[in-house]
Design a binder for this molecule. Structure first.
Ligand code: ADP
Ligand code: MG
Length: 364
């Protein structure tokens, strides 16, 4: 395969690992920055194009895309959407997935809607001083974790510990017109001990590696980039399921899911999901070649895409199941799961619903 690594930082170690994994599995890596690409939309002929400088990139010459565009902003998302949706090249991460993960408020809304455990969360923009205690109590009372809507590496995350410091901090952020997250503080360790959380690295329908990350002494944020301290960890079955479900809900084929275990109740919560997780720490700590897992996933998805296209090409569906599958696959859905359990009862139900909705029999 020719695999396009769409990277804002061509020299990063994560990009290097992906390039090496492509070569190890006998594929050709192509590395472009999204900012060097031009998008062309056709004048109604449906032939959308992409250029690097004055050279056209033909869709036949790219088999899959891996977006590595942290900080690439809206333009990078637009490039991924163009490659994936307009040029029909499979992308490990969809444009919607990038948008979902880059916005912590949207992520939390989607997780909550899917009933995936996450800490109690309140979103605010403007706050009245008289509402301060009420607001803090919606998320379990002080201390409360505050987060900017967008941020990474622990940089937009802060702690509201006392009423005065908390209320004045919210005041300043209101001046800056920031959208804010207030979140229940989950205590991951006994008093005085280092805090920790878990990074689960999801590829397709699997957690391929997971590590427990420690905070530096005196801090509550356990981002690996800050402390550089972590150990391999085994997830419970429930944690594994929620990490995989979170990635799927957000339309991410590759995701770094942050999970926190409450030391007292032993309950686990998803804190956030990253669409461009670093490969460096997790590879070093767990010894798992996550880059190779990503390339293997692309190989699997290419086979799925080919059989999907084969099925859609078929003029005469064999039976009602085939017809329903065709109907489902024909939709503009983001598909990233590499394992799908077919439930014929469910398909039958869907077929009946479609019949009822159309008030007509489906011809088989
Ligand atoms: N609700 C919370 N309770 C306790 N610690 C938290 C909470 N939310 C975040 N943290 C800590 O802060 C770190 C950074 O928060 P996170 O939401 O993952 O943002 P970022 O995108 O900056 O990584 C987490 O890895 C965790 O250690
Ligand atoms: Mg994080």
């Amino acid at each position: 395969m020719n695999i396009l690594i769409l990277a804002t930082n061509a020299n990063s170690l994560s990009t290097k690992y992906l390039k090496e994994a492509c070569e190890k599995r006998h594929h050709t890596p192509i590395i472009y920055s999204p900012h060097d690409l031009y998008i062309h939309c056709s004048d109604g002929k449906g032939v959308d194009k992409l250029y690097i400088k004055n050279e056209e990139i033909y869709k036949e010459n790219i088999d899959a895309v891996i977006p590595r565009t942290s900080g690439g902003g809206e333009y990078a998302v637009t490039i991924v959407r163009h490659l994936h949706k307009n040029m029909n090249i499979f992308s490990a991460i969809s444009a919607n997935g990038m948008l979902n993960a880059s916005d912590k408020i949207l992520t939390t809304q989607l997780l909550s809607k899917a009933k995936i455990p996450s800490p109690k969360t309140t979103f605010i923009q403007k706050t009245y001083r008289s509402d301060f205690n009420y607001l803090m109590n919606t998320v379990g009372g002080l201390p409360v974790v505050g987060k900017l809507q967008r941020g990474s590496l622990g940089q937009g995350v802060f702690m509201l510990e006392t009423e005065l410091a908390g209320a004045t901090t919210l005041n300043v952020l209101e001046e800056l017109k920031a959208n804010l997250i207030l979140q229940e503080f989950i205590e991951s360790s006994e008093a005085g001990a280092k805090k920790s959380d878990i990074r689960a690295f999801v590829v397709g329908s699997q957690v391929v590696a997971s590590m427990k990350r420690m905070s530096i002494t005196g801090d509550f944020r356990s981002n690996y980039t800050v402390s550089k301290e972590a150990i391999p960890v085994e997830l419970s079955e429930e944690e594994e399921k929620m990490a995989i479900k979170a990635a799927q809900i957000l339309s991410l084929g590759v995701a770094g899911v942050d999970i926190m275990r409450d030391a007292e109740t032993n309950k686990s919560y998803i804190l956030e999901v990253n669409s461009c997780p670093s490969l460096v720490g997790v590879t070093k700590i767990t010894g798992v070649d996550v880059a190779e897992k990503i390339i293997e996933y692309l190989e699997k998805m290419r086979a799925i895409k080919q059989s999907r296209e084969e099925l859609l090409k078929d003029e005469k569906p064999l039976n009602i199941y085939h017809k329903v599958m065709k109907y489902l696959l024909d939709g503009d859905i983001d598909y990233h799961a590499d394992t799908i359990t077919l439930n014929f009862d469910k398909i039958n139900k869907i077929a009946k619903t479609i019949e009822a909705l159309n008030n007509a029999k489906i011809k088989t």
